[in-house]
Design a binder for this molecule. Structure first.
Ligand code: GTP
Length: 444
Protein backbone atom coordinates (compact mmCIF):
# COMPACT_ATOMS: atom_id res chain seq x y z
CA UNK A 1 0.00 0.00 0.00
CA UNK A 2 2.76 2.36 1.06
CA UNK A 3 4.84 1.42 -1.99
CA UNK A 4 1.85 1.75 -4.33
CA UNK A 5 1.20 5.27 -3.02
CA UNK A 6 4.85 6.26 -3.52
CA UNK A 7 4.77 4.82 -7.05
CA UNK A 8 1.60 6.76 -7.82
CA UNK A 9 3.12 9.97 -6.40
CA UNK A 10 6.25 9.52 -8.52
CA UNK A 11 4.28 9.42 -11.81
CA UNK A 12 4.94 12.37 -14.17
CA UNK A 13 1.17 12.83 -14.46
CA UNK A 14 0.63 13.29 -10.72
CA UNK A 15 1.35 17.08 -10.63
CA UNK A 16 -1.46 17.57 -13.17
CA UNK A 17 -4.03 15.82 -10.99
CA UNK A 18 -5.15 19.02 -9.16
CA UNK A 19 -6.49 20.40 -12.47
CA UNK A 20 -9.24 17.80 -13.04
CA UNK A 21 -9.79 17.52 -9.28
CA UNK A 22 -10.37 21.24 -8.72
CA UNK A 23 -12.29 21.46 -12.02
CA UNK A 24 -14.77 19.02 -10.54
CA UNK A 25 -14.95 20.68 -7.11
CA UNK A 26 -15.05 24.29 -8.34
CA UNK A 27 -17.43 23.23 -11.12
CA UNK A 28 -19.85 21.84 -8.55
CA UNK A 29 -19.54 24.97 -6.38
CA UNK A 30 -20.05 27.18 -9.45
CA UNK A 31 -23.09 25.14 -10.44
CA UNK A 32 -24.56 25.51 -6.92
CA UNK A 33 -23.81 29.25 -6.84
CA UNK A 34 -25.34 29.73 -10.29
CA UNK A 35 -28.45 27.92 -9.13
CA UNK A 36 -28.66 30.24 -6.10
CA UNK A 37 -28.12 33.24 -8.34
CA UNK A 38 -30.92 32.05 -10.64
CA UNK A 39 -33.25 31.67 -7.67
CA UNK A 40 -32.22 35.11 -6.38
CA UNK A 41 -32.89 36.73 -9.77
CA UNK A 42 -36.27 35.00 -9.97
CA UNK A 43 -37.07 36.22 -6.46
CA UNK A 44 -35.95 39.71 -7.41
CA UNK A 45 -38.30 39.65 -10.42
CA UNK A 46 -41.13 38.30 -8.27
CA UNK A 47 -40.63 41.07 -5.70
CA UNK A 48 -40.61 43.63 -8.49
CA UNK A 49 -44.02 42.35 -9.67
CA UNK A 50 -45.26 42.37 -6.06
CA UNK A 51 -44.13 45.97 -5.52
CA UNK A 52 -45.87 47.18 -8.69
CA UNK A 53 -49.01 45.25 -7.71
CA UNK A 54 -49.02 46.86 -4.24
CA UNK A 55 -48.44 50.28 -5.71
CA UNK A 56 -51.42 49.94 -8.02
CA UNK A 57 -53.46 48.43 -5.21
CA UNK A 58 -52.64 51.39 -2.96
CA UNK A 59 -53.63 53.77 -5.68
CA UNK A 60 -56.91 51.85 -6.14
CA UNK A 61 -57.50 51.92 -2.39
CA UNK A 62 -56.91 55.67 -2.42
CA UNK A 63 -59.52 55.99 -5.20
CA UNK A 64 -62.04 53.83 -3.30
CA UNK A 65 -61.53 55.83 -0.15
CA UNK A 66 -62.64 58.96 -2.07
CA UNK A 67 -65.65 57.12 -3.49
CA UNK A 68 -64.10 57.49 -6.95
CA UNK A 69 -62.36 60.55 -8.35
CA UNK A 70 -63.39 62.91 -11.14
CA UNK A 71 -61.41 63.88 -14.19
CA UNK A 72 -62.16 66.15 -17.11
CA UNK A 73 -63.96 64.22 -19.85
CA UNK A 74 -61.69 64.04 -22.87
CA UNK A 75 -61.41 61.74 -25.90
CA UNK A 76 -58.69 59.85 -23.93
CA UNK A 77 -60.91 59.76 -20.84
CA UNK A 78 -64.49 59.40 -22.00
CA UNK A 79 -67.36 58.68 -19.70
CA UNK A 80 -67.20 55.05 -18.59
CA UNK A 81 -70.25 53.26 -20.06
CA UNK A 82 -69.76 50.25 -17.75
CA UNK A 83 -69.94 52.34 -14.59
CA UNK A 84 -73.48 52.43 -13.16
CA UNK A 85 -73.42 55.00 -10.35
CA UNK A 86 -75.16 58.26 -9.60
CA UNK A 87 -73.45 61.56 -10.48
CA UNK A 88 -71.13 59.67 -12.81
CA UNK A 89 -70.95 62.71 -15.11
CA UNK A 90 -71.64 66.39 -14.42
CA UNK A 91 -70.97 69.85 -15.86
CA UNK A 92 -69.11 72.38 -13.75
CA UNK A 93 -70.58 75.88 -13.37
CA UNK A 94 -68.00 77.04 -15.90
CA UNK A 95 -69.28 74.42 -18.37
CA UNK A 96 -66.51 71.75 -18.07
CA UNK A 97 -67.65 68.15 -18.43
CA UNK A 98 -66.39 65.94 -15.65
CA UNK A 99 -66.61 62.14 -15.43
CA UNK A 100 -66.03 59.72 -12.59
CA UNK A 101 -63.03 57.37 -12.58
CA UNK A 102 -63.58 54.37 -10.30
CA UNK A 103 -60.52 52.19 -9.33
CA UNK A 104 -61.01 49.85 -12.29
CA UNK A 105 -61.29 52.71 -14.81
CA UNK A 106 -58.28 54.46 -13.29
CA UNK A 107 -56.25 51.22 -13.44
CA UNK A 108 -57.13 50.72 -17.09
CA UNK A 109 -56.14 54.34 -17.83
CA UNK A 110 -52.78 53.65 -16.19
CA UNK A 111 -52.46 50.38 -18.15
CA UNK A 112 -53.08 52.24 -21.41
CA UNK A 113 -50.48 54.81 -20.50
CA UNK A 114 -47.95 52.00 -19.77
CA UNK A 115 -48.86 49.87 -22.83
CA UNK A 116 -45.94 49.27 -25.17
CA UNK A 117 -43.50 50.26 -22.45
CA UNK A 118 -41.17 48.07 -20.47
CA UNK A 119 -43.60 47.71 -17.60
CA UNK A 120 -47.21 46.71 -18.30
CA UNK A 121 -50.15 46.15 -16.01
CA UNK A 122 -53.53 44.60 -16.80
CA UNK A 123 -56.68 44.44 -14.73
CA UNK A 124 -58.73 41.40 -15.59
CA UNK A 125 -61.52 39.23 -14.25
CA UNK A 126 -63.48 36.09 -14.93
CA UNK A 127 -66.71 38.11 -14.69
CA UNK A 128 -66.07 40.96 -17.09
CA UNK A 129 -67.89 44.28 -17.17
CA UNK A 130 -65.56 45.82 -19.76
CA UNK A 131 -64.64 43.44 -22.60
CA UNK A 132 -61.33 45.31 -22.96
CA UNK A 133 -60.31 43.70 -19.68
CA UNK A 134 -60.59 40.20 -21.19
CA UNK A 135 -57.79 37.91 -19.87
CA UNK A 136 -55.34 36.30 -22.26
CA UNK A 137 -54.61 32.55 -22.05
CA UNK A 138 -51.94 32.92 -19.33
CA UNK A 139 -54.16 35.26 -17.27
CA UNK A 140 -57.08 32.80 -17.57
CA UNK A 141 -54.92 30.05 -16.07
CA UNK A 142 -53.59 32.47 -13.43
CA UNK A 143 -57.13 33.52 -12.43
CA UNK A 144 -58.19 29.90 -12.23
CA UNK A 145 -55.32 29.02 -9.89
CA UNK A 146 -55.71 32.18 -7.77
CA UNK A 147 -59.46 31.64 -7.46
CA UNK A 148 -59.73 27.83 -7.22
CA UNK A 149 -56.52 27.02 -5.43
CA UNK A 150 -56.42 30.12 -3.24
CA UNK A 151 -52.88 31.04 -4.25
CA UNK A 152 -51.50 34.41 -3.09
CA UNK A 153 -49.77 35.00 -6.42
CA UNK A 154 -49.03 33.34 -9.75
CA UNK A 155 -45.60 33.88 -11.27
CA UNK A 156 -44.01 32.62 -14.52
CA UNK A 157 -41.57 33.51 -17.24
CA UNK A 158 -43.57 33.48 -20.45
CA UNK A 159 -41.48 33.85 -23.58
CA UNK A 160 -39.38 36.96 -23.18
CA UNK A 161 -41.45 38.40 -20.33
CA UNK A 162 -41.71 37.86 -16.64
CA UNK A 163 -45.35 37.72 -15.56
CA UNK A 164 -46.85 38.25 -12.10
CA UNK A 165 -50.47 38.19 -10.99
CA UNK A 166 -52.04 38.61 -7.54
CA UNK A 167 -55.77 38.35 -6.70
CA UNK A 168 -58.19 41.22 -6.03
CA UNK A 169 -60.98 40.86 -3.47
CA UNK A 170 -64.11 42.94 -2.84
CA UNK A 171 -63.56 45.47 -0.09
CA UNK A 172 -66.21 47.71 1.58
CA UNK A 173 -65.76 50.65 -0.87
CA UNK A 174 -66.04 48.36 -3.90
CA UNK A 175 -69.73 47.52 -3.43
CA UNK A 176 -70.74 50.94 -4.63
CA UNK A 177 -70.09 49.72 -8.18
CA UNK A 178 -69.98 45.95 -7.66
CA UNK A 179 -73.37 45.66 -6.11
CA UNK A 180 -73.77 41.91 -6.69
CA UNK A 181 -70.60 41.02 -4.72
CA UNK A 182 -70.08 40.29 -1.08
CA UNK A 183 -67.12 41.66 0.84
CA UNK A 184 -64.15 39.30 0.44
CA UNK A 185 -65.42 37.81 -2.85
CA UNK A 186 -62.81 37.04 -5.50
CA UNK A 187 -63.07 39.80 -8.05
CA UNK A 188 -60.25 39.16 -10.50
CA UNK A 189 -56.56 39.83 -10.70
CA UNK A 190 -54.02 42.45 -11.58
CA UNK A 191 -51.20 41.21 -13.74
CA UNK A 192 -47.82 42.86 -13.99
CA UNK A 193 -45.29 42.02 -16.70
CA UNK A 194 -41.91 43.26 -17.81
CA UNK A 195 -39.12 41.90 -20.10
CA UNK A 196 -36.86 39.26 -18.61
CA UNK A 197 -33.93 41.24 -20.08
CA UNK A 198 -34.29 43.80 -17.31
CA UNK A 199 -33.44 41.17 -14.70
CA UNK A 200 -30.92 39.49 -17.00
CA UNK A 201 -29.00 42.75 -17.36
CA UNK A 202 -28.27 42.62 -13.63
CA UNK A 203 -27.78 38.88 -13.32
CA UNK A 204 -25.65 38.48 -16.47
CA UNK A 205 -23.11 40.78 -14.88
CA UNK A 206 -23.28 38.74 -11.66
CA UNK A 207 -22.95 35.46 -13.62
CA UNK A 208 -19.89 36.79 -15.41
CA UNK A 209 -18.33 37.99 -12.19
CA UNK A 210 -19.12 34.68 -10.50
CA UNK A 211 -17.60 32.71 -13.40
CA UNK A 212 -14.48 34.89 -13.38
CA UNK A 213 -14.07 34.53 -9.59
CA UNK A 214 -14.55 30.74 -9.73
CA UNK A 215 -12.11 30.46 -12.62
CA UNK A 216 -9.43 32.46 -10.76
CA UNK A 217 -9.93 30.30 -7.64
CA UNK A 218 -9.76 27.16 -9.83
CA UNK A 219 -6.47 28.22 -11.45
CA UNK A 220 -4.98 29.33 -8.10
CA UNK A 221 -5.90 26.08 -6.33
CA UNK A 222 -4.76 23.89 -9.24
CA UNK A 223 -1.41 25.69 -9.56
CA UNK A 224 -0.88 25.56 -5.79
CA UNK A 225 -1.70 21.85 -5.80
CA UNK A 226 0.58 21.27 -8.78
CA UNK A 227 3.51 23.11 -7.18
CA UNK A 228 2.94 21.29 -3.88
CA UNK A 229 2.97 17.90 -5.63
CA UNK A 230 6.13 18.83 -7.59
CA UNK A 231 7.74 19.80 -4.26
CA UNK A 232 6.55 16.56 -2.69
CA UNK A 233 7.94 14.53 -5.60
CA UNK A 234 11.33 16.25 -5.23
CA UNK A 235 11.30 15.61 -1.49
CA UNK A 236 10.44 11.92 -2.01
CA UNK A 237 13.17 11.61 -4.68
CA UNK A 238 15.80 13.15 -2.41
CA UNK A 239 14.68 10.95 0.52
CA UNK A 240 14.81 7.86 -1.70
CA UNK A 241 18.25 8.90 -2.97
CA UNK A 242 19.40 9.39 0.61
CA UNK A 243 18.00 5.99 1.56
CA UNK A 244 19.80 4.31 -1.36
CA UNK A 245 23.06 6.02 -0.34
CA UNK A 246 22.59 4.91 3.27
CA UNK A 247 21.76 1.36 2.18
CA UNK A 248 24.89 1.33 -0.01
CA UNK A 249 26.99 2.51 2.94
CA UNK A 250 25.40 -0.13 5.18
CA UNK A 251 26.02 -2.81 2.52
CA UNK A 252 29.64 -1.71 2.13
CA UNK A 253 30.18 -1.66 5.87
CA UNK A 254 28.48 -5.04 6.26
CA UNK A 255 30.75 -6.47 3.52
CA UNK A 256 33.79 -4.92 5.29
CA UNK A 257 32.59 -6.43 8.56
CA UNK A 258 32.17 -9.87 6.96
CA UNK A 259 35.64 -9.60 5.44
CA UNK A 260 37.06 -8.62 8.82
CA UNK A 261 35.21 -11.53 10.47
CA UNK A 262 36.58 -13.90 7.77
CA UNK A 263 40.07 -12.49 8.18
CA UNK A 264 39.93 -12.92 11.96
CA UNK A 265 38.45 -16.38 11.63
CA UNK A 266 41.23 -17.40 9.25
CA UNK A 267 43.92 -16.01 11.55
CA UNK A 268 42.19 -17.72 14.48
CA UNK A 269 42.11 -20.98 12.53
CA UNK A 270 45.77 -20.46 11.64
CA UNK A 271 46.64 -19.80 15.29
CA UNK A 272 44.66 -22.86 16.29
CA UNK A 273 46.45 -24.89 13.59
CA UNK A 274 49.86 -23.59 14.65
CA UNK A 275 49.06 -24.36 18.26
CA UNK A 276 48.90 -28.04 17.36
CA UNK A 277 50.97 -28.40 14.19
CA UNK A 278 54.53 -28.11 13.07
CA UNK A 279 54.79 -25.40 10.46
CA UNK A 280 57.43 -27.11 8.29
CA UNK A 281 56.29 -30.72 8.13
CA UNK A 282 52.59 -29.99 8.68
CA UNK A 283 52.50 -32.82 11.14
CA UNK A 284 51.34 -32.50 14.73
CA UNK A 285 53.72 -30.67 17.07
CA UNK A 286 55.34 -31.58 20.35
CA UNK A 287 52.65 -29.97 22.49
CA UNK A 288 49.86 -31.88 20.80
CA UNK A 289 51.62 -35.25 21.02
CA UNK A 290 52.31 -34.68 24.75
CA UNK A 291 48.65 -33.76 25.29
CA UNK A 292 47.58 -36.96 23.52
CA UNK A 293 49.93 -38.92 25.67
CA UNK A 294 48.54 -37.39 28.86
CA UNK A 295 45.00 -37.91 27.67
CA UNK A 296 45.60 -41.62 26.96
CA UNK A 297 47.07 -41.96 30.42
CA UNK A 298 44.27 -40.05 32.06
CA UNK A 299 41.66 -42.20 30.29
CA UNK A 300 43.31 -45.24 31.89
CA UNK A 301 44.65 -46.71 28.66
CA UNK A 302 47.07 -49.31 30.00
CA UNK A 303 48.47 -50.70 26.78
CA UNK A 304 50.12 -48.28 24.36
CA UNK A 305 53.57 -47.68 22.99
CA UNK A 306 55.77 -44.71 22.14
CA UNK A 307 58.39 -44.48 19.42
CA UNK A 308 61.06 -41.80 19.44
CA UNK A 309 62.70 -41.36 16.01
CA UNK A 310 65.85 -39.43 15.25
CA UNK A 311 67.23 -39.07 11.72
CA UNK A 312 70.81 -40.22 11.61
CA UNK A 313 73.56 -37.74 10.79
CA UNK A 314 71.09 -35.11 9.80
CA UNK A 315 73.65 -32.39 10.44
CA UNK A 316 75.74 -33.78 7.58
CA UNK A 317 72.79 -33.48 5.19
CA UNK A 318 72.35 -29.89 6.19
CA UNK A 319 76.04 -29.23 5.92
CA UNK A 320 76.37 -30.87 2.55
CA UNK A 321 73.17 -29.93 0.77
CA UNK A 322 72.04 -26.88 2.67
CA UNK A 323 69.27 -26.11 5.16
CA UNK A 324 66.53 -26.09 2.54
CA UNK A 325 67.52 -29.55 1.39
CA UNK A 326 67.40 -30.59 5.06
CA UNK A 327 63.86 -29.25 5.26
CA UNK A 328 62.90 -31.21 2.16
CA UNK A 329 64.30 -34.41 3.68
CA UNK A 330 62.30 -33.73 6.84
CA UNK A 331 59.09 -33.43 4.81
CA UNK A 332 59.83 -36.53 2.73
CA UNK A 333 60.66 -38.44 5.91
CA UNK A 334 57.31 -37.47 7.51
CA UNK A 335 55.43 -38.52 4.35
CA UNK A 336 57.08 -41.95 4.43
CA UNK A 337 56.35 -42.41 8.11
CA UNK A 338 52.70 -41.48 7.71
CA UNK A 339 52.27 -43.94 4.84
CA UNK A 340 53.43 -46.75 7.11
CA UNK A 341 51.24 -45.83 10.09
CA UNK A 342 47.71 -46.79 11.06
CA UNK A 343 45.02 -44.18 11.26
CA UNK A 344 44.91 -44.39 15.03
CA UNK A 345 48.66 -43.79 15.37
CA UNK A 346 49.78 -40.26 16.07
CA UNK A 347 52.96 -38.81 14.57
CA UNK A 348 54.36 -35.53 15.92
CA UNK A 349 57.58 -33.58 15.56
CA UNK A 350 59.34 -33.57 18.90
CA UNK A 351 61.97 -31.03 17.79
CA UNK A 352 64.67 -30.64 15.10
CA UNK A 353 65.02 -34.00 13.37
CA UNK A 354 63.33 -35.88 16.24
CA UNK A 355 59.80 -37.31 16.06
CA UNK A 356 57.45 -39.08 18.44
CA UNK A 357 54.89 -41.66 17.40
CA UNK A 358 52.13 -42.68 19.77
CA UNK A 359 50.73 -46.14 19.12
CA UNK A 360 47.48 -46.76 21.03
CA UNK A 361 46.50 -50.31 22.01
CA UNK A 362 49.91 -51.63 21.02
CA UNK A 363 52.16 -53.91 23.02
CA UNK A 364 55.95 -53.95 22.95
CA UNK A 365 56.23 -56.67 20.33
CA UNK A 366 53.88 -54.95 17.88
CA UNK A 367 55.54 -51.64 18.57
CA UNK A 368 58.89 -53.14 17.60
CA UNK A 369 57.41 -54.50 14.38
CA UNK A 370 56.01 -51.10 13.52
CA UNK A 371 59.31 -49.44 14.41
CA UNK A 372 61.14 -51.80 12.08
CA UNK A 373 58.69 -51.18 9.33
CA UNK A 374 59.18 -47.45 9.73
CA UNK A 375 62.92 -47.70 9.90
CA UNK A 376 62.98 -49.76 6.69
CA UNK A 377 60.61 -47.43 4.90
CA UNK A 378 63.25 -44.74 5.37
CA UNK A 379 66.38 -46.79 4.72
CA UNK A 380 65.16 -49.03 1.89
CA UNK A 381 64.75 -46.29 -0.72
CA UNK A 382 66.84 -43.19 -1.33
CA UNK A 383 65.44 -39.68 -0.90
CA UNK A 384 65.53 -37.25 -3.83
CA UNK A 385 67.13 -33.81 -3.64
CA UNK A 386 66.90 -32.15 -7.05
CA UNK A 387 68.92 -34.53 -9.21
CA UNK A 388 70.63 -36.25 -6.28
CA UNK A 389 69.52 -39.35 -4.50
CA UNK A 390 70.57 -39.68 -0.90
CA UNK A 391 70.16 -42.41 1.64
CA UNK A 392 68.67 -41.47 4.99
CA UNK A 393 68.39 -43.76 7.97
CA UNK A 394 66.62 -43.36 11.26
CA UNK A 395 67.21 -44.64 14.76
CA UNK A 396 64.16 -45.53 16.84
CA UNK A 397 63.72 -45.92 20.57
CA UNK A 398 60.68 -47.98 21.52
CA UNK A 399 58.92 -47.92 24.91
CA UNK A 400 55.63 -49.44 25.91
CA UNK A 401 53.45 -49.18 28.98
CA UNK A 402 53.48 -52.16 31.25
CA UNK A 403 50.94 -50.91 33.74
CA UNK A 404 48.93 -47.84 34.61
CA UNK A 405 51.73 -46.73 36.78
CA UNK A 406 53.89 -45.52 33.85
CA UNK A 407 53.57 -41.74 33.53
CA UNK A 408 53.85 -39.94 30.17
CA UNK A 409 57.15 -38.39 31.27
CA UNK A 410 58.53 -41.80 32.23
CA UNK A 411 57.49 -43.24 28.88
CA UNK A 412 59.19 -40.44 26.93
CA UNK A 413 62.26 -40.88 29.06
CA UNK A 414 62.33 -44.60 28.32
CA UNK A 415 61.89 -44.09 24.56
CA UNK A 416 64.70 -41.55 24.73
CA UNK A 417 66.92 -44.05 26.56
CA UNK A 418 66.21 -46.71 23.93
CA UNK A 419 66.96 -44.22 21.18
CA UNK A 420 70.20 -43.34 22.87
CA UNK A 421 71.15 -46.97 22.83
CA UNK A 422 70.22 -47.30 19.16
CA UNK A 423 72.45 -44.37 18.29
CA UNK A 424 75.31 -45.84 20.23
CA UNK A 425 74.76 -49.26 18.77
CA UNK A 426 75.55 -47.91 15.31
CA UNK A 427 72.33 -46.09 14.21
CA UNK A 428 69.69 -47.33 11.71
CA UNK A 429 68.34 -49.50 14.50
CA UNK A 430 65.10 -49.96 16.48
CA UNK A 431 65.69 -50.76 20.13
CA UNK A 432 63.09 -51.59 22.75
CA UNK A 433 63.54 -50.18 26.23
CA UNK A 434 63.90 -52.78 28.90
CA UNK A 435 64.07 -52.73 32.68
CA UNK A 436 67.81 -53.26 32.58
CA UNK A 437 68.23 -49.93 30.71
CA UNK A 438 66.95 -48.17 33.76
CA UNK A 439 69.28 -50.02 35.98
CA UNK A 440 72.20 -49.15 33.70
CA UNK A 441 71.22 -45.49 33.82
CA UNK A 442 70.90 -45.68 37.56
CA UNK A 443 74.31 -47.22 37.86
CA UNK A 444 75.79 -44.79 35.37
N1 GTP B 1 67.19 -28.28 7.76
C1 GTP B 1 66.87 -28.32 9.02
N2 GTP B 1 67.74 -28.68 9.94
C2 GTP B 1 67.40 -28.77 11.25
C3 GTP B 1 66.10 -28.46 11.66
N3 GTP B 1 66.01 -28.65 13.01
C4 GTP B 1 67.27 -29.06 13.40
N4 GTP B 1 68.09 -29.14 12.35
C5 GTP B 1 69.45 -29.51 12.34
O1 GTP B 1 69.56 -30.90 12.63
C6 GTP B 1 70.87 -31.12 13.09
C7 GTP B 1 70.89 -32.10 14.20
O2 GTP B 1 72.21 -32.42 14.39
P1 GTP B 1 72.73 -33.31 15.57
O3 GTP B 1 71.87 -33.04 16.79
O4 GTP B 1 74.10 -33.17 15.70
O5 GTP B 1 72.36 -34.75 15.14
P2 GTP B 1 72.83 -35.55 13.89
O6 GTP B 1 73.61 -34.74 12.98
O7 GTP B 1 71.51 -35.98 13.24
O8 GTP B 1 73.55 -36.71 14.41
P3 GTP B 1 72.98 -37.92 15.21
O9 GTP B 1 71.63 -37.57 15.64
O10 GTP B 1 73.89 -38.20 16.27
O11 GTP B 1 72.91 -39.02 14.16
C8 GTP B 1 71.42 -29.76 13.48
O12 GTP B 1 72.39 -29.36 12.55
C9 GTP B 1 70.23 -28.80 13.37
O13 GTP B 1 70.60 -27.53 12.91
C10 GTP B 1 65.17 -28.04 10.68
O14 GTP B 1 64.01 -27.76 10.95
N5 GTP B 1 65.62 -28.01 9.41
Amino acid sequence: MHQALLKCLASPWTPWLPFPFWALVIGLVYFANTKTLQEASYEMARQRGEVVFHLVQTMRYWNTRHGGVYAAETPETPSNPYLQVEEKDFITPSGRAMTMLNPAYMTRQLAELLRGGKLEIHLTSDRLMNPKNRPDAWEEEAIRQLRDEGKAEFVQVVGERFRYMAPLFIEPGCQKCHTSYEIGDFRGGLSVSFPVDQIDEITTHLYRQSFFTHFIVYIALSLTGMLSLIGLQRLIRSLQQERIERETIIEERTADLHQEIDRRKKSQDKLHYLAHHDELTRTKNRRWILQQLKQLSAEGESQFALLMLDIDHFKKINDRYGHEAGDSILMQFVARMQQSLRQSDCLGRYGGEEFLILLPATDAQDAMEIAERLRKSSSDHPYTLHKDSIWVTVSIGVASTQSNETTPEELIGRADQALYRAKHAGRNLSILWEESDEDEDTHA
